[in-house]
Design a protein around this ligand. Structure first.
Ligand code: FAD
Length: 308
């Protein structure tokens, strides 16, 4: 059977695409992923900036609501990982772990991006409880608190500077004695009275029972360890778009994000559309991912109409 549309991914981008496509009678199949179904917001607690929820909403609840909304209009959702895709020609395919092949006239790719992690114990346990990868999302929770930011590039310095609006004190933890960030960003950081840089330091432990209470820092030169009290650890050590599946099959940019044409969600391959964080270098928010999921469904619908 050849479906009209298969969507890969079930974060805000994939589910929004599914809601729009299902309401347009395209009977979309959503290949949602297995362990990561629901996307990045499954790893957080309160989401306060998604419009429509005056008192905020828990990340997993928001995703369950989006899933139910897509199902209400007839989207079929399968909690399976896609292990291979074939994008060329009139019929595209997505193959699951068990060898099942889904065929479709159009595909929407919404596989998101993965934030790099420090890979230390308790980081996952305290995610959403002080450990965060998004200052825009979570900075507001740490008004007048001590905050730690990890990283040394432009985004780390930008996050640290931004967080001084909220925190009593922000400490930027960096492994070396010089930042990789651009000169102008470094100057801004150095002139910020609320910002301190812990040079030659790495985080070896994040401590706290239910919430982050402190980090253990190790001096990368002397090996000496010390404890730094903090309520939050913002990790700004990079992210990787989940685009490995598509490598060599459509155009990716130099960082591996899927390239799209202009303001559309059209990729370099006819009938294949991409949305959300797997495309987005800049905003990486649930609402922007949802917005581009809507665009992808509309682009796919219009493209399919032209093929008829
Ligand atoms: P994702 O949500 O990452 O979803 C990707 C989807 O692709 C997943 O369903 C995964 O299962 C699926 N997938 C990947 N590979 C495959 C495959 N091979 N086969 C099948 N499926 C696959 N943003 C806000 O606006 N507000 C917040 O408060 C906020 N808090 C955050 C807190 C945390 C801890 C994190 C990590 C992010 C937060 N964000 C927040 C950012 C927001 O979560 C992302 O911008 C958004 O989820 C991106 O949506 P997406 O649909 O593009 O990708």
């Amino acid at each position: 059977m050849v479906h009209e549309l298969v969507i890969i991914g079930s974060g805000p981008a994939g589910y929004t695409a599914a809601i729009y496509a299902a309401r347009a009678e395209m009977k979309p199949i959503v290949l949602a992923g297995a362990l990561d179904a629901g996307g990045a917001l499954m790893n957080t607690t309160e989401v306060e900036n998604f419009p429509g929820f005056t008192d905020g909403i828990m990340g997993p609840e928001l995703m369950a609501t989006m899933q139910a909304q897509a199902e209400r209009f007839g989207a079929e959702i399968l909690f399976e990982d896609v292990v291979d895709v074939q994008l060329e020609g009139e019929v595209k395919t997505a193959t699951l772990d068990d060898g099942t092949v889904y065929r479709a006239k159009a595909l929407i790719l919404a596989t998101g991006s993965a934030y790099r992690e420090l890979g230390i114990e308790d980081e996952k346990r305290l995610s959403g409880r002080g450990v965060s990868w998004c200052a825009t999302c979570d900075g507001f929770f740490f008004k007048d608190k001590e905050i730690v930011v990890v990283g040394g590039g432009d985004s780390a310095v930008e996050e640290a500077t931004f967080l001084t609006r909220f925190g009593k004190k922000v400490t930027l933890v960096h492994r070396r004695d010089v930042l990789r960030a651009s000169k102008i960003m470094v100057r801004r950081a150095e002139n910020d009275p609320k910002l301190t840089i812990a040079w030659n330091s790495e985080i070896v432990a994040i401590n706290g029972a239910d919430q982050v209470e402190s980090v253990t820092l190790r001096d990368t030169v002397t090996g000496e360890e010390r404890e730094l009290p903090t309520s939050a650890v913002f990790e700004a050590i990079g992210h990787e778009p989940r685009s490995t599946l598509f490598q060599g099959k459509l155009d990716l940019d130099e960082e591996g994000y899927i390239s799209v044409q202009g303001r559309s969600t059209r990729t370099s391959v006819e009938g294949v559309f991409a949305c959300g964080d797997v495309v987005d270098h800049t905003y990486r928010q649930a609402i922007t991912a949802a917005g581009s999921g809507c665009q992808a469904a509309l682009d796919a619908e219009r493209w399919l109409a032209l093929q008829a």
